[in-house]
Design a protein around this ligand. Structure first.
Ligand SMILES: Nc1ncnc2c1ncn2[C@@H]1O[C@H](COP(=O)(O)OP(=O)(O)OP(=O)(O)O)[C@@H](O)[C@H]1O
Length: 222
């Protein structure tokens, strides 16, 4: 489903963020992406949703090379990929409902569909009763769950998350992790960048580690 082949990324100004990165994440897999600050984790995730383009190599999504994807095709790619950011990037002047509805409104779904799907996504993350609230009225963990509802509302094949538990305590992190696992159990492929060592120790999952732009897979226990 996701395949990187010898992918390198140099930013303007010469900063080499990724160096000949290769890996394969098959459909239905769930994996962690780890590495020190500046190792290239966010860069790798940005290449996957075409926010950035590689300087060299191929990024394949379902067999299609998206590294040189036409601008016009990017919205179609993004429909298949739900993205969760650490700072959740919610619109603070819009209700929880409107935040989650955003991807469906961009797709021009009809209002009755939007209502059904937003309610289902908010129910899944346990926030149906908060749909009329503004994000500012919610806790950090609740805001993060709104971001997850928005990422899954159009039923993407892949979820990518950049430090989704970064600001949360252990109990909330475990809740967020459970949500990802539930999505994974119904077939969604999940790639999650994290620094959170307690998460890494609690879940025996595939783990890719970046070190100064070089990627290797960490052998699993047991
Ligand atoms: N837009 C950019 N322009 C220039 N250099 C960049 C840009 N974005 C990232 N970099 C550089 O690329 C390298 C990798 O950055 P990246 O954000 O991918 O790392 P990271 O592993 O996600 O770090 P962190 O854990 O601190 O978020 C860093 O040296 C960073 O300074």
């Amino acid at each position: 489903m996701i395949r990187f082949q010898q992918v390198s990324k140099a930013y303007r100004g010469g900063q080499q963020a990724l160096q000949k990165v290769s890996f394969h994440l098959p459909k239905g897999d769930m994996a962690f992406l780890t590495g020190h600050s500046g190792a290239g984790k966010s860069t790798l995730l940005k290449l996957l949703c075409a926010i950035e383009r590689p300087s060299d190599g191929q990024v394949l999504f379902n067999g299609h090379d998206i590294s040189r994807i036409d601008r016009k095709e990017i919205p179609f790619l993004r429909r298949h990929i739900g993205v969760i950011f650490q700072d959740h990037k919610l619109l603070m002047d819009r209700s929880v409902f409107d935040n989650v509805a955003l991807p469906l409104r961009i797709e021009q779904a009809n209002e009755s569909d939007i209502k059904k799907r937003v309610s289902a996504a908010l129910d899944k993350v346990g926030l149906l009763d908060k749909s009329a609230c503004l994000p500012i009225q919610l806790s950090g963990g609740e805001q993060q769950r709104v971001g997850i509802a928005r990422a899954v509302v159009n039923r993407p094949q892949v979820l990518i998350a950049d430090e989704p538990t970064g600001n949360l305590d252990a109990a909330l992190s475990a809740q967020i992790m459970d949500l990802f696992r539930q999505f994974n159990q119904v077939g969604v492929t999940v790639l999650m960048a994290t620094h959170d060592t307690s998460l890494l120790n609690s879940y025996d999952m595939r783990r890719f580690d970046l070190n100064r732009g070089h990627l290797s897979e960490v052998p699993r226990h047991g």
